[in-house]
Ligand binder design. Structure first.
Ligand SMILES: [Cu+2]
Length: 204
């Protein structure tokens, strides 16, 4: 009985570990604005900071700041250039620890809405791109008709991000909603692993 309980515990532990591993996205870095050495403030050269990072769809920005002094307003390019929070793209963030998801490619603009702070340098332009991604191993296959089985996979490598294994073209990629397919295949993998563990338990 004790042996059965130990096996059961081991099976549960392995399953939980597998689920935790698979549930972690293969991409999506978190960048705290201004770090290291700076912050969301008027002293940090925020565009120097931003230009040192290769932002990818799926990454996130974290704004840590003194909420009694600053806020974060996402604005249009015009609002950014003129330092005007008058036409924000979203409600101003004021918690002092705000996270912004960078879900798609494109350029995002953030300013501090407090009078004079944007003009003093509290403005941030973030370019989100996946343009430098390359797919290798095997070499790109010729286009196949939609739904064709057995399409070869590969490894997608983007500068600044970890490699992403592509099961078949388009199943896992940055940003474009294809994650449904990969979630489904991960779920079935988890179920399969759990089933195998249970079978092993019964045999023991
Ligand atoms: Cu401010």
């Amino acid at each position: 009985m004790a042996r059965l309980q130990a096996s059961l515990l081991a099976a549960v532990a392995v399953t939980i570990a597998a689920v935790a591993m698979l549930a972690t996205p293969a991409y999506g870095a978190s960048y705290t604005v201004g770090n290291p050495g700076g912050s969301w403030d008027t002293q940090t050269n925020l565009n120097d900071w931003a230009s040192s990072i290769d932002f990818r769809p799926g990454d996130e920005l974290v704004f840590n700041y003194d909420a009694s002094v600053h806020d974060v307003v996402e604005v249009t390019r015009e609002g950014y250039l003129s330092c005007s929070p008058a036409s924000p793209l979203a409600a101003a963030l004021r918690s002092g620890a705000d996270t912004v998801q960078l879900n798609a490619t494109g350029t995002r603009y953030f300013i501090c809405g407090v009078q004079g702070h944007c003009a003093a340098g509290m403005k941030l332009e973030v370019k989100v791109s996946d343009a430098n991604c390359t797919t290798t191993l095997p070499p790109p296959a010729p286009p196949s008709p939609p739904g064709a089985p057995g399409a070869p996979g590969g490894i997608r490598i983007c500068s600044g991000g970890p490699p992403t294994i592509i099961m078949s073209p388009g199943v896992i990629s940055y940003g474009n909603g294809a994650s449904l397919g990969s979630s489904a295949s991960l779920s079935s993998l988890i179920v399969t692993m759990a089933s195998l563990l249970l079978v092993g338990l019964i045999i023991v």
